[in-house]
Write a protein that binds this ligand. Structure first.
Ligand code: HEM
Length: 125
């Protein structure tokens, strides 16, 4: 996990590693669960399983030593009929979680930039 230290630390390292990412994901999922704009989509979701996948996805995408084992973003969200407004609401909840854990702006913007391109695989209408 420390292999990049000679150059620039990975985003994973700058976020604080797996413990810090897990804490952000916990807060994020709690915010989504309390968000009446989008929580209906998660009514029958296995939340501990979702959290596990999210932690691994963020860990791997930011250069950490994890492997995402979930489905593709397109397959996962197919048929949900998600809109840009739904996506934006979820991103707002993520920003709120990152802010509540005092993640600095540079790291926050980098993470959001890594997730942004997934929009076209997730939004269907
Ligand atoms: C960048 C944005 C997003 C990312 C990175 C993301 C990521 C994920 C991941 C990793 C999973 C688990 C995959 C698996 O079980 O194999 C998942 C599931 C799910 N996502 Fe997303 N998601 C995003 C946006 C959204 C949005 C906007 C909604 C709805 C408002 C949503 C609703 C769901 C639901 C309901 C599930 C659970 C499906 C089930 O119960 O089987 N996602 N998402």
């Amino acid at each position: 996990a420390e292999t990049q230290m000679a150059s620039k630390p990975s985003l994973y390292q700058r976020l604080g590693g797996k413990e810090a990412i897990t804490a952000v994901v916990d807060t994020f999922v709690a915010k989504v669960a309390a968000d009446n704009r989008i929580n209906k989509f998660f009514a029958s979701t296995d939340i501990p399983n979702l959290k596990m996948h999210l932690v691994n996805q963020v860990c791997e995408a930011t250069g950490g030593p994890c492997k995402y084992t979930g489905r593709t973003m397109k397959a996962t969200h197919a048929g949900m009929g998600l809109t840009n407004a739904d996506f934006d609401a979820l991103v707002q909840d993520l920003v709120g979680a990152l802010d509540s854990h005092r993640v600095p702006k540079a790291e926050k913007d980098e993470l959001l930039a890594a997730l942004g391109p997934m929009r076209s695989d997730i939004v269907e209408r």
